[in-house]
Design a protein around this ligand. Structure first.
Ligand SMILES: Nc1ncnc2c1ncn2[C@@H]1O[C@H](COP(=O)(O)OS(=O)(=O)O)[C@@H](OP(=O)(O)O)[C@H]1O
Ligand SMILES: [Mg+2]
Length: 380
């Protein structure tokens, strides 16, 4: 990748995201089989699961173990509030078991696990040390342990997203997409079998091949690796395939994707934008940052997210996806055409209306122009 400045950071980040994906796959399988065990609701009513806390614990532990000489700053989605009460002892035990089961697999990914199993207190400490609020100065790791938790509990798409911000800029992004097969045909095959809804409808042989994508800012390259199965061996860079955005620049041929929930993005507004720029195909509604993954590897050309007025987008929902799409050749801005600003703390402060992601400049210009002419009649 040329610039070796972040070589160790990228290497560790890719390995730990693979490890986290393996954890998530196991927990999602259990969830689908046993119903909604250990799915809780947060204050904003969004779901949180054993996987969210467990992934945050292992990423925090592995980063601390590998960068002992640095004072780590980690910005991440989960806190330990609802995990540290007397009523949540069972939940903490489930997280502890899941973390230890996962860390026992660390050597398979070329990472070191702990000398002995972690206790509940160590796990709470690992989760709660991810309490940074980021900002314009220094280095901040940014983690969404399970992005698209709604998709995760539905047996659908979700992502593990880890990024590194330095002096306010995203310099590395790693996106694990455990239910996004390496080959588009497998996804199409899956979709044809009644959309991306149930794991059980697809043979594990094809479904198992989820992927991890990654990129380093300025390299001009983005990469994708297959997840490894139970008996597989992690092959590192040798298993990486270069990815590129789509070359389609005619809106009539373009596919646009957006959030599944209309509470997360105004579907009628985006339908109007798509129509006015000449998009003909139906939107592809996908949970999580898998939408960024779809643009980065050329499965779709446009991604729009227009949250309701007053909602503030968080940096962990975008950081990894943005750098991967940009290095794969795409364009990411707010609806005013400005780059997203990751330097102002936990939120994407100053975001103009919504987020637009395109495979190239031609589609992007058309989309920004459509926003410009449609905005007055929007109800956002
Ligand atoms: N009201 C509202 N508006 C906009 N965005 C919101 C809103 N509420 C939550 N979120 C954030 O959206 C993240 C999920 O985005 P998705 O694109 O995956 O949404 S969807 O599930 O496909 O509808 C989701 O990420 P996770 O919490 O990691 O799942 C949230 O950070
Ligand atoms: Mg998220």
């Amino acid at each position: 990748m040329g610039d070796e400045r972040y070589a160790k950071e990228l290497d560790v980040a890719v390995r730990v995201v693979h490890l986290a994906c393996s954890l998530c796959r196991r927990v999602q399988k259990r969830l689908i089989t046993n119903g909604s065990d250990h799915v809780s609701s947060k204050d904003d009513d969004s779901p949180v699961t054993v996987a969210d806390w467990s992934v945050q614990a292992i990423v925090s532990w592995v980063l601390s173990d590998n960068f002992r000489d640095q004072k780590l700053s980690i910005v991440a989605e989960e806190d330990t509030q609802s995990l540290s009460t007397t009523e949540s002892v069972g939940l903490l035990t489930a997280v502890t078991d899941t973390v230890n089961e996962c860390l026992a697999e660390a050597p398979k990914y070329g990472l070191q696990g702990p000398k002995k199993a972690l206790g509940g207190a160590q796990i709470l400490e690992a989760i709660s040390q991810c309490n940074s609020t980021g900002g314009p100065i220094g280095r901040h790791w940014v983690l969404d342990p399970v992005d698209g938790t709604l998709g995760f509990v539905r047996g659908d798409q979700y992502a593990v997203a880890l990024a590194l911000i330095e002096e306010g800029k995203v310099v590395l992004g790693v996106l694990g997409c455990p239910n996004y097969p390496m080959k588009k045909e497998l996804l199409d095959h899956h979709r044809n079998q009644k959309s991306i809804t149930t794991l059980s409808s697809v043979s594990s042989e094809t479904w198992d091949k989820g992927c991890v994508m990654y990129a380093q800012r300025g390299s001009g390259e983005a990469w994708m690796q297959p997840l490894i199965g139970e008996d597989g061996k992690f092959a590192g860079k040798h298993s990486a395939h270069r990815i590129h955005v789509s070359s389609i620049d005619d809106p009539a041929l373009a596919t646009f994707c957006e959030p599944v929930e209309k509470s997360n993005s105004n579907h009628s507004f985006t339908a109007g934008l798509a129509h006015s720029m000449g998009v003909k195909k139906k939107p592809l509604r996908v949970h999580s940052m898998v939408k960024y993954a779809a643009i980065a590897r050329g499965d779709a050309e446009i991604f729009m997210k227009f949250a309701r007025c007053g909602y503030k987008e968080k940096i962990w929902d975008h950081a990894a996806g943005v750098v991967i799409v940009e290095e794969a050749g795409g364009v990411v801005t707010d609806a005013g055409g400005r780059p997203l600003d990751f330097s102002r703390g936990v939120y994407l402060e100053g975001l103009d209306r919504g987020i637009v992601v395109c495979s190239g400049a031609t589609l992007h210009e058309k989309l920004i122009a459509a926003v410009y002419t449609s905005w007055d009649c929007s109800n956002l």
